[in-house]
Design a protein around this ligand. Sequence first.
Ligand code: TYM
Length: 332
Amino acid sequence: MKETVVSGIRPTGKLHLGNYFGAVTNFVKMQYDYNCFFFIADLHSLTTHPTPQDLHGYVKHVLVEYLACGIDPEQSTIYIQSDVPEVAELYLYLNMNAYLGELERSTSFKDKIRSQPNNVNAGLLTYPALMAADILIHRASKVPVGKDQEQHLEMTRTFGNRFNRLYNSEYFVEPFAFNYAKNLVKVPGLDGKGKMSKSEGDGNCIYLSDSPEIIRKKLLRAVTDSGPSVENQTKPEAIQNLFDLMNIVSSPDTIAHYDALYNNVAIRYGDLKKQIAEDMIIFNSPIRERIEELSKDNSYLRKVAEQGAVKARESAQKTMKEVRALIGFKSF
Ligand code: TYM
């Protein structure tokens, strides 16, 4: 039997290269060898209180972009999280065994306390239990995600194992974060520090749907420094980040060329940025064209979402029937 894979993306805007290289490209490859479930985590995005219009628009963006990246709805199950109410039920059961101390220690919770101090809601605190429900509901063993999700996977294993111990079973398997490369990926942003992230602003991200003009403009503004002063100098973070971006879109020869220029103190950052921009444009173009086409086809999108909901609910209902029996909800 094929191993099961689950992964999701919060619909908070358009997908960027971090989402693509951290998660989506792995989903696309995995769908031929695994039993794959890919979903749009709209329940998770409620923690930031989107308007109904924004929520609906973002869900459509992610659905279109999943398909444009090559996720095949005949091969895998693509669904919208809120179409599967069993997820909310499992979330409730997992919350009963998730402790305040461990939830408060989660890095993403601490980040949110800092970034949205006026909206520290219970959904943010119990976010890891909802994420565990997403994964455990299909009893998945592999979860293609970027490096920033590693701690959530660890918590998912803790909650699954705790459930097993409590109900004296081996029902849930342990899921692990997955990337075809040896290590999990962290794609840097354009602001010279940290990862590519929507919350750091549009200027920090290259979106899959960005036009060539926008990509060129964003790269021109990417943060650099005054340049190397001695040969073979270690690259500071902002410059290493640009090389890391080059690594994902440019050819090995191009990377070697610019690396040698840096090491010989002959690099011109303007040329480096132009090269990265042109290689990103080549990478993005076919995806961007498919995004434009698919966005117009609402009846196809509706069909994909409906078909995905049926398949995902079938799997989720089977799990919930067994989970309820393990907990002790039985008929007389
Ligand atoms: P989200 O929506 O923030 O990001 C979606 C996916 O993109 C990856 N990612 C990155 N990878 C590398 N470099 C980056 N700069 C970068 N930025 C984002 C994320 O690691 C993620 O894989 N909690 C999740 C969504 C979720 C989920 C799940 C994922 C909900 N339930 C169950 C897997 C399984 C999140 O907020 O991802």
